[in-house]
Design a protein around this ligand. Structure first.
Ligand SMILES: Cc1ncc(COP(=O)(O)O)c(C=O)c1O
Length: 401
C-alpha cells in the first residue's frame, strides 16, 4: 500500500464516463457526433441579433464561437478541473498566451516562475516585451514573503507551473495565491502535469491552463489547449480575449480529446505506477545523481506534492552524476529502443529527451548538478522499459568524449 490506491478526486472515474454526453443528439449512440461548420444560419434578423449577443454562452453563433462538439469537451474539461467554464483553443501554448493576454496590458508587470515551460518564457521575452509588459522570473520555490517582495504596483499576473518543466520544482500554490490576492493580482497556472491529480481552484488558482495535447489526447496525435475559469468575471476576460484573437480548434481534435478523456483515469493510473517503479529503480543506480520525481519520497518538492496532489503522471527528470558529459546522455537516449527521442509527453509511448543545453534558467539550481534527461513513462511493460534503460546506461558508461 503506497497511499495511492485511489489517486483521483471522489467520483472522478465515473465523471469521466458521463461528462459531455448531453450533446448526444442521437441518444441511442453512446458518443456525441462531430459537428463541423463555419456558417450558422438564422431564420430571421431578430434571431441573428440575439445570437450575436450571446458570445459568453455556449450558443451556435458562428463557427469560431464553437459547436456542440466543442461544448461537450469544454464541459468535460471544466468539470475535471473543478471549474465552471472552459475555453478550448488550438494548442497548449495558445492557452498560455491567450490567458496571459487576457490579463495583461501595456505598462503591466508579470511574475513568471524561472522553471516555466520554455515557450512561455519566449512569449514573455519576445512578444510581451514588445507590447510594453515586463516580466520578472522568480525562484519557483519562493514562499509567500519571498514572492511578495517581487510584486510592483503594476503587477497584475502571477503565473505558476507546478512541477516546473524539465526541472520539476514544486510550487506552494496556496502561499503564492495569498501573496498575489493580497496585492490584487491574478494567479494563472499551467496545470498540465497535474491533470486529474491537482484541483487548481481549491488551491487559490484563478485561471487554470491545460495542454490537452498531453494526457487528455493520450495518443500523440492531436494538439489542443484549454483555459478553465471558476467565476463569470474571469470567464468574460478569457472568453473575450480568445474571441478577439480568433482562437479556434478543430472539432475533429475536440472529438478525439473527448474520447481520450473516457480512458484518462486508467491510463493516468498506469503511467503513475510505471513511472514510480522506473523512478525508484533509477534512484538506486550508481550513474544517477538524483531523480526529479515529486511523488518519490525524499525527492525535491515531495512534501508539497504530498500535501496538495493526489497522484502523479509519468513525466519526471533524471540528473546524472557530474562525471558524465552531456554527450554521454545523448549516447544514453540514442541507445534506447523503446523510448523515442522527441518533445511532448502524455502519449501511450515512452520518450526520453536530454534537457541540458536546451533549457534556460536564470537560477541554475538543479541544472548545474549534472546532465539531465527528461523521461516520459508510457504504457509498455516496466520490465521491458527497465531492460531498455539498462542498455542506455551501458552506452552512457561506455561513452568517451
Ligand atoms: C507544461 C507544458 N505546458 C504547455 C505545453 C504546450 O502544449 P502544446 O504542445 O499543445 O502547445 C507543453 C508542451 O510540451 C508543456 O510541456
Amino acid at each position: 500500500m503506497d497511499g495511492l490506491e485511489n489517486p483521483f478526486p471522489e467520483g472522478f472515474r465515473t465523471q469521466l464516463t458521463q461528462t459531455g454526453r448531453q450533446y448526444t443528439k442521437a441518444p441511442r449512440f453512446v458518443n456525441p457526433p462531430v459537428y463541423r461548420g463555419s456558417t450558422v444560419l438564422y431564420p430571421d434578423m431578430a434571431q441573428r441579433r440575439a445570437g450575436m449577443s450571446r458570445r459568453l454562452e455556449q450558443a451556435l453563433v458562428y463557427g469560431t464561437m464553437g459547436s456542440e462538439t466543442h461544448f461537450a469537451l469544454e464541459d468535460a474539461v471544466a468539470e475535471i478541473e473543478g471549474g465552471s467554464r472552459c475555453q478550448i483553443v488550438s494548442t497548449g501554448l495558445a492557452a498560455i498566451t491567450t490567458a496571459l493576454l487576457a490579463y495583461l496590458k501595456a505598462g503591466d508587470h508579470c511574475l513568471v516562475p524561472d522553471s516555466c515551460y520554455e515557450p512561455t518564457r519566449s512569449f514573455c521575452d519576445k512578444l510581451l516585451t514588445r507590447l510594453g509588459v515586463s516580466t520578472t522570473y522568480y525562484p519557483p520555490a519562493s514562499d509567500e514573503a519571498g514572492v511578495g517582495d517581487l510584486f510592483r504596483p503594476n503587477t497584475t499576473v502571477l503565473f505558476t507551473e507546478s512541477p516546473g518543466s524539465h526541472t520539476f520544482e514544486m510550487q506552494d500554490l496556496p502561499a503564492l495565491a495569498r501573496a498575489a490576492h493580497a496585492r490584487g493580482a491574478k494567479v494563472l497556472m499551467d496545470n498540465t502535469w497535474g491533470l486529474g491529480f491537482f484541483q487548481p481552484f481549491r488551491h487559490g488558482v484563478d485561471v487554470s491552463i491545460q495542454a490537452l495535447t498531453k494526457y487528455a489526447g493520450g495518443h500523440s496525435d492531436l494538439l489542443l489547449g484549454a483555459i478553465i475559469t471558476d467565476n463569470e468575471g474571469d470567464w468574460d476576460r478569457v472568453r473575450t480575449a480568445s474571441l478577439l484573437i480568433g482562437q479556434y480548434a478543430s472539432p475533429d481534435d475536440c472529438w478525439l480529446a473527448l474520447r481520450g478523456l473516457r480512458t484518462l483515469a486508467v491510463r493516468l493510473e498506469r503511467h503513475m505506477r510505471s513511472g514510480l517503479e522506473v523512478a525508484r529503480w533509477l534512484a538506486g543506480r550508481p550513474e544517477v545523481h538524483q531523480v526529479l520525481h515529486p511523488a518519490l519520497p525524499g525527492a525535491p518538492g515531495h512534501e508539497i506534492w504530498k500535501r496538495d496532489f493526489s497522484g502523479a503522471c509519468g513525466l519526471f527528470g533524471v540528473v546524472f552524476k557530474p562525471d558524465y558529459s552531456v554527450e554521454a546522455t545523448h549516447a544514453f537516449v540514442e541507445a534506447l529502443q523503446l523510448f523515442g527521442i522527441g518533445a511532448s509527453w502524455g502519449g501511450y509511448e515512452s520518450l526520453a529527451l536530454p534537457t541540458t543545453g536546451f533549457v534556460s534558467r536564470k537560477v541554475k539550481g538543479v541544472l548545474s548538478q549534472g546532465p539531465m534527461v527528461r523521461l516520459h513513462i508510457g504504457l509498455e511493460d516496466t520490465a521491458d522499459l527497465i531492460a531498455d534503460l539498462e542498455r542506455g546506461l551501458c552506452a552512457l558508461r561506455n561513452h568517451r568524449d
